[in-house]
Design a protein around this ligand. Structure first.
Ligand code: Q0N
Length: 285
């Protein structure tokens, strides 16, 4: 392939494709408890890429209503060795804010709420628990941390300081609108979209543009609607077999993680494929 590497995440790479384009490549690697596991999940990169491409189409009316765009150019015009798991995208000037929307209380949101009764600038009613639906989805921006660090929560004033008050307001409203539409579509497919993270940039004409991958299980929390029960940790739609097996294995979450057994790999692959098929109503492959 031989394109210059621009950036590398835990499970994805970004290459310079020339002519103002980038190639976003999703691998079959999977992370859990902040570690990349040594065992790949076959087809994960292809499923997440296909899902992202499908979501860009679903979200286009929302983007249009804001006068915004997405960065996807093509998922078919890509090098053969990454076929199916790569997106050719427009190179943007990325905004330095991770735009998170939360519709449910989970993880760091639960910690923040337990401490303050609020999430960021939004006061919340008493009595919410891990897994509770929030009265309204909340914009919880963060800044991108160095590789290996966790993203750092920021308040809305910090977003205004970073991108200006008007752009900050636009980011918040567009993030929440995209989340609402995504959660509505997911719910119809039996999946709760608890939260998600978007990244935006500006194209050459200064147009606000949705980048990165969108509404995948790697950028979002997917919960099966059937088992949703606020009060305890919700099972992850995709990674629960992996987490349960790692926990039962006695792994200390610090040492290099162990290889996954074949049955856990196969069950996890099936979860990704099923999520794709449930959401899109089409067969994977
Ligand atoms: C870009 N990141 C951080 C892939 C995503 N369209 C774009 N234009 C310029 N830069 C980027 C994009 C996009 N998307 C965004 N790095 C480069 C997120 N990465 C992490 C690794 O995987």
């Amino acid at each position: 392939m031989n394109l210059p590497l621009v950036a590398r995440g835990k499970v994805r790479e970004v290459y310079d494709a020339g002519s103002g384009r980038l190639l976003l490549v999703a691998s079959d690697r999977i992370s859990a408890y902040d570690h990349v596991l040594p065992t790949p999940i076959p087809d994960k990169g292809r499923v997440l890429t296909a899902l992202s491409v499908w979501w860009f189409g679903q979200l286009t009316p929302v983007l249009d209503s804001f006068g915004a765009a997405h960065h996807l150019v093509s998922a078919s015009d890509v090098p053969a060795e990454v076929a199916g798991r790569a997106m050719l995208v427009r190179r943007l000037s990325m905004l330095p804010v991770e735009c998170v929307a939360r519709g449910y209380l989970s993880g760091s949101g639960t910690v923040e709420y337990a401490r303050t009764g609020a999430i960021r600038d939004v006061a919340l009613p008493a009595g919410l628990v891990e897994g509770s639906q929030l009265p309204e989805p909340v914009f919880t921006p963060s800044t991108k941390a160095e590789l290996g660090e966790h993203d750092e929560a920021i308040d809305f004033a910090a977003v205004e300081a970073a991108v200006g008050a008007d752009r900050a307001a636009e980011l918040r409203e567009l993030t929440l609108a995209l989340y609402r539409r995504g959660a509505e579509i997911a719910r119809e497919a039996g999946i709760i979209l608890a939260d998600t993270k978007f990244e935006f940039g500006l194209d050459g004409d200064g147009r606000l543009t949705l980048g990165d991958e969108v509404l995948t299980p790697d950028s979002s929390r997917f919960w099966p609607a059937l088992t949703w029960s606020p009060g305890d940790a919700q099972p992850s739609y995709d990674k629960q077999y992996v987490r349960d097996w790692l926990t039962a294995s006695g792994w200390d979450r610090v040492s290099p993680p162990p290889e996954l057994p074949a049955d856990v790999v196969e069950a996890t692959r099936e979860r990704y494929v099923t999520a794709y098929e449930q959401l899109t109503g089409t067969t994977f492959r």
